[in-house]
Design a protein around this ligand. Structure first.
Ligand SMILES: Cc1cc2nc3c(=O)[nH]c(=O)nc-3n(C[C@H](O)[C@H](O)[C@H](O)COP(=O)(O)OP(=O)(O)OC[C@H]3O[C@@H](n4cnc5c(N)ncnc54)[C@H](O)[C@@H]3O)c2cc1C
Length: 388
């Protein structure tokens, strides 16, 4: 029985509690538990289903078919935690609709918002976010993809890699160098429609936990001037502001994976015979369970505190989001590893939930800022406070 007591915490209001309950029943009714043979088809289907049920309305502002006036991070985190606990691919499908359309919601023109956000909320258009390149990942300011101004538009050349939804997305927000200044100050964001001449998204990447992932190549791709998002030269800030909203929710997804692992391990400990009794009667098992409970509770506190700081205090939450993402993803890895250990041989058997979780959690410690990058952010804030 999954712990629901956290919903009573003061970070939430009643609308969050109702959301969590309704989504829980929907997940139990609608989501499967297993890995699909065709991950692209499954992902398209999940986006459509999430859209039809109204859950994607939390990914866009109310004026464009959404639920809240501005994105509510507590709702996004609750949805991601719940989906991840039931089905990692459903969480992925949900998260990418938000991350992929986030720059439009935050910085897009009225025409861009009208054209894309309602369709994202209905699950009719699939979104992607392309920052990473073969030569620049953690150091996003080193982007080399270039958008050169030409004939009232831009010509895009370069490559993006590890792009989630690459190959199935209807549009991608692409960050490219426009050259106003060196480094981070010379980047801009563009809305790139799939199927446009000059875009090749055929090279797929097969990650340990399958989901649509590809390298995108742009060769003399023409973009109209209207593809530019917001101001030229502000692309880096736009990417960081988008990630600022969603980083906390990566922690929430990790929390969902950890809760599922704790549920699975507890059920196993209460049913698996060991000597005269059960695995759960053993003191070493109990110590493991206690550590897992502690990791889950501390992650939940950090995740929902970070979301609350942004939603209710209305300020940037870079420090709190970094703490939440770092702790929730690193500790979920530990929780899941302990669950695998408690399952013995069954724990490393392909397709068993804890084996799947073991693969699913790994990438969360790398994307949207690796754990080491989160440590740098936390230390920077800490030292600045002392110096001040
Ligand atoms: C499954 C998956 C999905 C992804 N989806 C997307 C997507 O949709 N869009 C997108 O743009 N990108 C996406 N990415 C890319 C992801 O954001 C990058 O992998 C990540 O930013 C790390 O970049 P890198 O892989 O180039 O590693 P590098 O930048 O080469 O870093 C390698 C390692 O070095 C360490 N490191 C990095 N910086 C520091 C530091 N300052 N100090 C100490 N150590 C450090 C970390 O351990 C890091 O893992 C995805 C990646 C994965 C695995």
């Amino acid at each position: 029985m999954t712990d629901r007591a956290f919903l009573d915490w003061p970070f939430f209001d009643d609308s969050h509690r109702q959301l969590a309950e309704k989504l829980e029943s929907w997940c139990a009714r609608e989501l499967g538990d297993g890995e699909p043979a065709d991950v692209d088809a499954a992902c398209r289907d999940l986006v459509r289903k999430l859209g039809e049920a109204g859950w994607l309305r939390y990914c866009v502002p109310a004026a464009y078919g959404g639920v809240h006036e501005a994105l509510d991070v507590r709702s996004l985190a609750l949805i991601r935690e719940t989906l991840a606990r039931h089905d990692g691919l459903a969480d992925f499908a949900f998260a990418m609709q938000g991350l992929g359309s986030g720059a439009i919601a935050l910085f897009g023109s009225e025409a861009q918002k009208q054209a894309w956000l309602p369709a994202v909320a209905r699950g009719e258009k699939i979104a992607a976010f392309a920052l990473t390149e073969p030569g620049s990942g953690s150091d996003a300011a080193a982007i080399e993809t270039e958008a050169r101004e030409k004939k009232g538009g831009y010509v895009l050349n370069g490559a993006k890699t590890y792009i989630s939804n690459g190959g199935i997305a209807d549009f991608t927000i692409v960050f490219a160098r426009t050259g106003e200044a060196p480094g981070a100050k010379g980047l801009s964001a563009f809305l790139v429609e799939s199927g446009s001449p000059g875009l090749d998204d055929s090279e797929r990447i097969h990650a340990i936990a399958p989901h649509p992932l590809a390298t995108l190549r742009f060769e003399d791709m023409h973009l109209p001037a209207s593809a530019l998002i917001g101001e030229r030269g502000r692309g880096f800030q736009q990417a960081m502001a988008t990630l600022d909203v969603f980083r906390t929710t990566v922690g929430a997804a990790a929390l969902g994976f950890a809760r599922r692992a704790l549920d699975e391990a507890t059920r196993r400990a209460l049913t698996r015979r060991l000597g005269e009794g059960l695995l759960a009667d053993n003191a070493i098992t109990q110590a493991k369970l206690a550590e897992m409970v502690l990791d889950v509770e501390t992650s939940a506190l950090l995740v929902y505190r970070a979301a609350w700081v942004r939603d209710v205090q209305g300020r940037r939450n870079s420090r709190e989001a970094a703490l939440a993402k770092l702790h929730a993803t690193d500790s979920a890895q530990q929780v899941i590893d302990k669950a695998v250990q408690m399952f013995g041989g069954l724990g490393v058997t392909r397709g068993v939930p804890v084996e799947r979780l073991y693969r699913e959690i790994r990438a969360l410690r790398i994307y949207e800022g690796a754990s080491e990058v989160q440590k740098m952010v936390i230390a920077r804030h800490h030292l600045a406070d002392y110096r001040a």
